[in-house]
Design a protein around this ligand. Sequence first.
Ligand SMILES: [Zn+2]
Length: 441
Amino acid sequence: MRSAVKIALEVTEGQATLLDSQSKIANWLYNQLLERANGLRQQYRQSQDKQVGKTLYTERGLRDLLPSLKAQYPFLKTVYSSVLKNAALRLSKAIRDYQDGRHGRRAKAVNWPKFRTWKRRWFSLQYDEPHKGYALCGRSLTLSLGKDAAGKQLQLVLELVEALPSWVNLEHIRQCRIVKEGHLYSVVFTVERTLPNGKPLSPTKIVALDPNHKNFAYAVGSDGQAIEIQNPYFLKGFDKRIDVLKSKRDRCKKKSRLITRRDGSRFWLPSRRWLMLNARLQDVYRKRREQTKQFLYTLANRLYHDYDAIGVGDYVPHGGGITRKMRRSMNNQSLNRRFKQVLSWVALRSGKTYLEWEEGGSTRTCHECGYVVAEGIPVEVREWNCPAPLCQCHHLRDENAARNGLTRTLKGLGLPCSGRREVSSRRAWRFNGLGLTSGGR
Ligand SMILES: [Zn+2]
C-alpha cells in the first residue's frame, strides 16, 4: 500500500537560494522540452514520421532528448539527473493524458500542456528511485545535486522539522520529492508498505457515525457513549481571510501589463502588489489545507484509539435545507469524502475495521420499535416522539439516526445486533486547532 508522508524542512537562506535555482532549471527544462514538443507536433501533423511520433508520444521519448540537451546547455548538469529526467517524464505524461482524452481513453479531456511560470508555481524536485540521490539519517536529509564545472558532485544537507512517523522505516521509502508552498519547503516521501495480512481481530468496541448538517457527525458507540462531533469552525476564519485577500488581489488585476516576448508571443505580467497578495493568499490556502488534514487525522486517530470498528453512514449531506453560505463554510461534501478516506487508511494502518452502512431511512425510523414515519422528519425538527401508540419513545434526531447506524454496522460486521443499547453518556468533541476538546452535555 502506497502513501505519502510530508515533513517540513528547516532551510537556511543560502539553501533556499540553491533549492530555488534547482527548481528554476528543472522548470526551464520543462519549457524547453515543451517548445520542442510543439515543434514536433507540427512536424508530425505534416509528415506522420514514425520517429517523430515516438519521441513525442511515448513515455520516455522526450527523456531521450536529455543527453543532447545537456551537451548543448552545460548548466543542466548542476541538477541531479533524476530530477531532470522527471521534468521530461512529467511533460510526456501531460502529452499522453491529452492524447488519451482526445481518443476517449480517459473520462475527462485535458488541454495540451502549457508553459510553466516558475514564479507562480515552484517546480518540485523529484527523486523517483529508492535512496538514489538522497539519503535520510535521523532528521538530516542529504540531497545530491548535479556536478559543478569541475565535475565535483554537489550536495545539500537539510534538516527535517520532525522525525519520520514511527510506522515508517527507511526501507519503506520509495521516492522523495522536495516541494515549496508559500515560503515553506517540505519533503514528501512516497512510502510503500505491505500491511499485516491476516484478518483483523474480531471487534468488540464498535461505533457508528452519522454525518449530517448540524454537526460534522453524530456518533453512538456500543459502549453507550454518544458523541456530537462538532463542525470544524476554524474553517470559517480561513474562508473569511481568503475572501478578503482574493478581492484585494483581483482589484490589482487592472495593473498587469501586456508584455510581448521576442518571439512575438504575449503574456500578462502581474503587478508586484498582485504577486504579493497572491503569495499571501496561497499561504492561507496552505494553512487551511494543513489544519483540515490535522482535524481529520486527529479525529480518526482518536476514534480508532477508542474503538475497534467504525461504521459511517454512506449518505453525504448536500444542499437540502441549508443555505449556500452554510454549505460553503462547512464544505461538508468533500470533507466527508476525505474523512472516509482517512478513516479507511487509519484502519488499515492499525489493523482495525472500517465500513459504511446504508443510511436510507435511518432518521425517520424509530430505533426502539422500528416504526417508520412515512413523511420523514423535517430538517429543523431536532427532537421528536415516536408516533407508534405503544412506543411513544422520545428521540434526539441525530442520536436516533446514529443508533440505527450502530445496528446496521453490527449487522455489517456479522455481529448480533439484538438487545437494547442505552446511551449512558453524551459529550461533544470540538477541534481547537491542536487537538480535540471534549465536553459533557
Ligand atoms: Zn417507536
